[in-house]
Ligand binder design. Sequence first.
Ligand code: ADP
Ligand code: SF4
Ligand code: MG
Length: 358
Amino acid sequence: MLESAPNHAASPVSAGARALALSPPPMVQVRGLKMYFPIYTGLLQRRSGEVKAVDGLSFDIPAGQTLGLVGESGCGKSTCGRAMLRLYEPTAGQVIINGQEVSAAPAKLLRQLRPAMQMVFQDPQASLNPRMTVASIIGEPLLEHTRLSRAEQSERIDELLDQVGLNRNFANRYPHEFSGGQRQRIGIARALALNPKFIVCDEPIAALDVSIQAQVVNLLEGLQQRLGLTYLFISHDLSMVRHIANRVAVMYLGRIVELADRDALYASPHHPYSQALLSAVPEPDPQTEARRQRIVLTGDVPSPARPPQGCAFSTRCPQAMPHCRVTAPVLSEIEPGRQVACHLYTHQAASALVKVAH
Ligand SMILES: Nc1ncnc2c1ncn2[C@@H]1O[C@H](COP(=O)(O)OP(=O)(O)O)[C@@H](O)[C@H]1O
Ligand code: SF4
Ligand SMILES: [Mg+2]
């Protein structure tokens, strides 16, 4: 036992090592995740290339925390979430959820792992079967993965309806009888049915009225606290991400360009793309809001089938330098807890090191 090793306890280095040994491993670990979709062209449908939708993502999510994943439409957020849960077969990389290597699990094991990892979808209308009652939608995973009796199932369904703030009397109704917000609550109840550890929330509020978006985010937050859930919260709404996330990953064209603690990122985004995205977010403080200067990006996101040479953001970056169009920057830790992929910082870091050396 570590406590009974006085030599170790005496030195500060060993104390640090001991803290490391005692801290639990992250609930989610992603290493080098890639998801390429093949492109087939011509009469013979030959494979002519690939869409690099997700191109080498690495990050951790500690248990009970939320990682926000942000970026413009088409940058690979949903593909990342789906590849993590093996709803797509990843092209490469490792995904470990709750200590299990999901990315390498054979079909039988994957089925056993499914309950621990769930997804809440953007469009509750499309993700709920219109011909099934609320009880059968929420109860379907119970039928598939548990041996609960009918009475136990209906007890669990009632419990889940309570947890998401829906009336138990709704159990025998159909999805079309509900509002968008209520339908999303049904989707959340279904995702909770098997006591998951990790949930990918893929734009869970994007299809909802602005007036009820906050209610659904508050519900997700409350459930996280009560049930100790870990979330990947995908959104293009940076105000909501600021509300719910502990850390935030900014994605551009299949890669993470900046990964930092929420407060650090919103106080001072470093990557030019993060700066542009955040410049569009209204500030809660009126004085800061008055000083906010919007950075408008020109041009569209390039196709991930033909990404620009060098830095993928170089075709739109207001600070691009000649060598940005030649060499791709590598995601590097530029300060504790903050990783950035941009030559502005890697060069500064290199010159700072040179100065220190002299
Ligand atoms: N099943 C698929 N087949 C081919 N290309 C796809 C598929 N799914 C997504 N893509 C492409 O991958 C890129 C990323 O898409 P997506 O992950 O949906 O982005 P986001 O969720 O950030 O809007 C887009 O260029 C999209 O067209
Ligand atoms: S590497 Fe160059 S082009 Fe890319 S974000 Fe940094 S400054 Fe802009
Ligand atoms: Mg998406």
